[in-house]
Design a binder for this molecule. Structure first.
Ligand code: GDP
Length: 297
């Protein structure tokens, strides 16, 4: 499971301070040193760590905390609050356009889990929000991507709009949205192409689709297992496409968790969902507070 190492280390560190009736500045300093190391080892971006430590130190050494009856617990509360705020604070919900359909463009590198996540999200919207989504197969380059989406659609009894792999993705997106309007679908989820690396051609095409589709959401799907790479990928996509949200996949794996903790802070783009497994129902809205509590125990 993700965060295991980090959780263990942080919990160990915080236990030392938890029961203390009196906390000295030295105690806080020592604790912060350990927290800093734990975060760096979990592959959290170093700038993010620096800022985090500075925030916690300032608050933890504040008068209210040091003079409280349970300063140890107050310090832990500060760490929890800062970790929550680092990961986005409030849960960030998926957009709803009051003039349907709400258009969601799914973007990301190949293998990140884009196609699977598109189907998972369609399933989530139908099940939890009572919506009527349509999937759009616009990844015409990866062999089998269209077929994969169609298979997932069939499994879910969910319509998949496809024009094969000979029509441009821009045209596919355009026709799909027209069809969705006609058929009164309220979400259109466009599975766009990914590549192995961020490149200009990919970005150009995605920008063209964005121009035509005017999406309410541009969701980047990133693989949490790739650590800092995930953060770099998120930065490039955000520069080019102005993302509205991130979906972190494979949080069920043994990722150290650095991506989950850094992505929001580095890109200022909220994490909206987390992929927790390969199965179609293993997608969860991302709750920063719950995630922080899970890490801190
Ligand atoms: P795409 O190239 O980005 O469209 O990637 P796919 O949707 O084909 O996914 C690539 C692989 O990652 C597949 O084997 C998926 O089953 C797997 N995958 C996607 N999301 C998750 C997740 O949250 N957890 C796990 N364990 N595997 C995932």
């Amino acid at each position: 499971m993700a965060f295991e190492g980090l959780a263990e280390r942080l919990q160990g560190t915080l236990t030392k301070i938890r029961g203390k009736g009196k906390v000295s500045e030295q105690d806080v300093k020592e604790m912060m040193r350990e927290v800093r190391l734990a975060l760096l080892e979990a592959d959290v971006n170093f700038k993010v760590v620096k800022q985090f430590i500075a925030n916690v130190r300032e608050k933890a050494l504040g008068q209210d905390v040091m003079k409280s009856l349970t300063p140890g617990q107050q310090v832990i509360k500060v760490v929890n609050e800062e970790l929550t705020s680092l990961m986005g604070g409030e849960q960030s919900k998926i957009a709803v356009n009051n003039k349907p359909p709400t258009v969601v463009m799914m973007v990301g590198l190949q293998g990140a889990g884009k196609t699977t996540t598109s189907a998972k999200l369609a399933n989530h919207l139908r099940k939890k929000h009572n919506r009527k989504p349509m999937l759009v197969a616009a990844d015409i380059y990866r062999p089998a991507a269209i077929k994969q989406l169609e298979t997932l659609g069939k499994q879910l009894s969910m319509p998949v709009f496809s024009l094969g792999d000979q029509v441009s993705p821009v045209e596919i997106a355009k026709q799909a949205i027209e069809e969705a309007k006609k058929e009164h679908y309220d979400y259109v989820l466009i599975d766009t192409a990914g590549r192995l690396h961020v490149d200009e051609q990919l970005m150009n095409e995605l920008q063209q689709i964005k121009e035509i589709a005017k999406p309410d959401e541009v969701l980047l799907v990133v693989d949490a297992m790739t650590g800092q790479d995930a953060v770099n990928v998120a930065e490039s996509f955000n520069e080019q496409l102005d993302l509205t949200g991130v979906v972190l996949t494979k949080l069920d794996g043994d990722t150290r968790g650095g991506a989950a903790i850094s992505v929001k802070a580095v890109t200022n783009t909220p994490i909206k969902f987390a992929g927790m497994g390969e199965k179609i129902d293993q997608l969860e809205p991302f709750h920063p507070e719950r995630m922080a509590s899970r890490i801190l125990g």
